[in-house]
Design a binder for this molecule. Structure first.
Ligand code: GLA
Ligand code: GLA
Length: 712
């Protein structure tokens, strides 16, 4: 692998973790609240807001996220009066403020005076003002105005006792992730120069001898604007990295401007970590630059709702490196931005919040406090709906405030998510590379395979952790490497070391195929992991149904069926054991080809799964192998229940049980029941075994949950 030396961009020092502190004279509590937009309402409503917030147990709000046009109504004219009054009203009523830098949406006057701040799409079209985030992160002009805003806010509020955190921007890149302007072009050239040093290194990384794309100087580099064919994959991948970095650079400039004035208040920004929504931001990299990390998560309608939430929240815990994080936004019911905006079913609101809490969120906030009367989000649910306080949603909001308060009293703060013996690796960059239009099939969305493994583990009763590929997974027993397509020597070495020391590495198709520049490892797939997996693949066999007679599935001799993708495994190592093969007609060339291969490696082993099986057939295929893989002790008999545990330093456990199904399920509840929602916590089991925690037999209904405490 020596000629594919990688440029490492992951070596970062992490900011020390810092958390928003409670208001003077108060103790730390689970934060509870939402986005608050008082500028949309007359003063009388503010009074009612604060009264209702207190009734609901709200103790924090995010303020001024989209308030630039109020704070600086004309260039250089600063007006903090509205926010002074609101912050004072909130704070004197015990409600803390997460204050935004207000830079997410520039005012109309700025775009008019400086149209050169507006982002440009790949076809050269301008994103005009009229929505939000109509700015380029690489614009020196926009940066000047935005940092001026940060400095004024910081100076004005530096001694304000009610401002406990800074909210940098808002969902960076939600609407301005890719910008193809001249500013972006100049910044991309500089980024490439810093990353590669010489233009020849860029040529090599991008394989520019292909289609005569060789360059002789950095100023020949172009952002990937509209082309008449397939764009260079290496360049496209680097442009995605650059776009994430350009926004991070802007975000850090805001952070630095704020920190220079108010070093005592921690900074965060709200991520959009959601398995189901592909993101162009490398959040694991961003996490290192925040004092604490925050997330916005919106539910996936339908059967995958809880699983997708758990997958995303677990990934957040991995990005947070197991430190507390904040759920900055989720919804009490429907959103406004899907084609069909489904409402939440009864119980789902509390269930979702407590699922985020179970996975490490020490604060639960919503978008937004009061549902807007006008504007593009007027049909988005809120804590106070259009119907007003006399509504089921607001009653549920109040109930939730009580539940969070009870959990604080029960000691949940300070406990951290207990790590699972099974880690599923997640790699954003592999997802970016596999989005290219010229890969073997367009069915390789990065989320699909890792999510199938998460659900398969859950079906076996195992709550796996989702861990960023550069995160902490070396202390686990089993590591799943699902579609980690890009792999440098460093990662391949870490996986080998892990197996050598006794770990189990489960590798799927489309892992370890290319290096970090998207240059293929030669000699047979998976080039980076051939020795570890003991397999060699000469060709891929994607499947579909777009032509009559094409292969659309493959049967395995263990009863499973593969769809979408299979490897043509041609060789297996002498010491490998083929666990399952395909059974197909002879003409297909796939009959008898190895599908699942177990390979001893050092004190450990690997399992290669060379096709897409989906969650049910992954779980079925793993069942006879649990002993071989070191999973046997982890399987639970009630996979209908998602079990997540938070542990305190003193050994106290908080056990969260969620119903994953649409049927009532019976549950063995350990210790003292703290919360039972859509559930019957039951009565004490007949005989308590000495030395074991007391248990009860409960029932959890759909969308229900039980939280209990087990004292050490
Ligand atoms: C995002 C934004 C919010 C709001 C919500 C609506 O999370 O940060 O301002 O637009 O979406 O779901
Ligand atoms: C055409 C072109 C070749 C190559 C092939 C790929 O035939 O002439 O350069 O791109 O398509 O199928």
């Amino acid at each position: 692998m020596t000629d594919q030396t990688q440029t490492s961009q992951k070596q970062q020092t992490r900011q020390p973790w810092r958390w928003p502190q409670p208001l003077a004279g108060k103790n730390s509590r689970i934060w509870y609240g939402g986005d608050y937009n008082p500028e949309q309402w007359p003063r009388e409503v503010w009074q009612e807001d604060v009264r209702l917030m207190k009734q609901a147990g709200v103790n924090i709000v995010s303020l001024a996220i989209f308030s630039w046009s109020r704070l600086e109504p004309a260039e250089g004219q600063w007006d903090f009066s509205l926010f002074d009054e609101v912050i004072d009203l909130l704070g004197s009523n015990g409600i803390a403020v997460d204050l935004a830098t207000a830079t997410a949406s520039p005012p109309m006057w700025l775009a008019k005076a400086h149209p050169e701040i507006l982002p440009i799409d790949e076809d050269g079209r301008t994103f005009w003002p009229g929505a939000r985030q109509n700015w380029r992160p690489t614009s020196p002009v926009y940066r000047r105005y935005a940092l001026e805003m940060c400095r004024h806010l910081a100076e004005h509020y530096k001694d304000n006792p009610y401002v406990v955190a800074w909210h940098l921007g808002n969902e960076y890149g939600c609407h301005n992730l890719y910008d193809y302007s001249d500013d972006a072009n100049a910044a991309f050239q500089k980024w490439c120069e810093e990353r590669y040093g010489t233009i020849d290194a860029v040529n090599k990384a991008w394989g520019t001898d292909f289609w005569s794309q060789r360059m002789t100087s950095f100023d020949q580099i172009l952002v990937p604007r509209h082309v008449n064919g397939f764009p260079n994959p290496g360049k496209l991948l680097d442009f995605k990295r650059f776009s994430s970095d350009a926004l991070l650079d802007f975000c850090k400039a805001e952070r630095d401007a704020i920190e220079a004035v108010t070093p005592d208040k921690p900074c965060t920004t709200n991520f959009m970590v959601s398995g189901a929504i592909a993101t162009g931001i490398d959040y694991d990299r961003w996490g290192a630059d925040m004092d604490f990390v925050s997330n916005d998560h919106y539910f996936t309608p339908g059967d995958d709702h809880l699983s997708e939430l758990a997958f995303s929240a677990s990934l957040m815990d991995g990005i947070a490196r197991n430190k507390p994080w904040l759920l900055m936004e989720h919804s009490t019911s429907a959103v406004n931005w899907r084609p069909v905006n489904y409402r939440q079913e009864p119980g789902a609101m509390l269930r979702d919040s407590l699922a985020h809490l179970a996975f490490g969120a020490d604060g639960i906030l919503y978008f937004q406090w009061r549902q807007s009367q006008a504007g593009a989000e007027k049909f988005h649910s809120a804590m106070v709906p259009h119907a007003g306080a006399d509504s089921q949603i607001f009653r549920d909001v109040c109930d939730q405030g009580r539940v969070l308060s009870d959990l604080t009293d029960a000691g949940v703060l300070g406990s951290r998510v207990e790590s699972s013996k099974v880690a599923i690796l997640f790699d954003n960059e592999s997802g970016w590379a596999l989005q290219h239009p010229t890969v073997p099939t367009q069915k390789l969305a990065q989320f699909t395979e890792p999510f199938s493994w998460w659900k398969a583990m859950a079906d076996l009763g195992i709550t796996a952790d989702v861990v960023p590929v550069d995160g902490k997974w070396q202390d686990r027993g089993v590591v799943v490497v699902p579609n980690v397509y890009l792999m440098d020597e460093g990662l391949a070495d870490r996986l080998r070391d892990f197996a050598r020391e006794g770990g189990t590495v489960i590798v799927t198709y489309m892992s370890g195929i290319a290096d970090r520049s998207d240059r293929i490892w030669l000699g047979g797939y998976p080039g980076a992991l051939r020795d570890l997996t003991g397999v060699r693949v000469e060709e891929f066999s994607p499947m579909g149904d777009d032509f009559p007679g094409v292969p659309d599935h493959l049967d395995l001799d263990n009863g499973a069926t593969a769809h979408d993708f299979a490897d043509v495994v041609t060789d297996t190592a002498d010491d490998a054991r083929v666990v399952s093969r395909y059974t197909a007609d002879k003409a297909s060339g796939m009959d008898g080809v190895p599908a699942i291969v177990l390979h001893p490696y050092g004190k450990g082993r690997s399992l290669y799964v060379g096709c897409r099986l989906g969650d049910t057939d992954i779980a079925g295929s793993l069942k006879p192998l649990l002993g071989d893989l070191g999973l046997a002790g982890l399987v639970r008999s009630t996979p209908q229940i998602l079990r997540v545990v938070r542990v305190s330093p003193d050994g106290t456990k908080f056990v969260f049980l969620f119903n994953r199904t649409r049927e009532a399920v019976s549950a063995r509840v350990e210790g003292e029941v703290l919360v039972a929602s859509q559930a019957d916590a039951g009565t004490a089991a007949a005989a308590q075994v000495a030395g074991e925690p007391e248990t009860t037999e409960g029932t959890i209904f759909p969308a229900g949950l039980i939280v209990s405490r087990v004292d050490d």
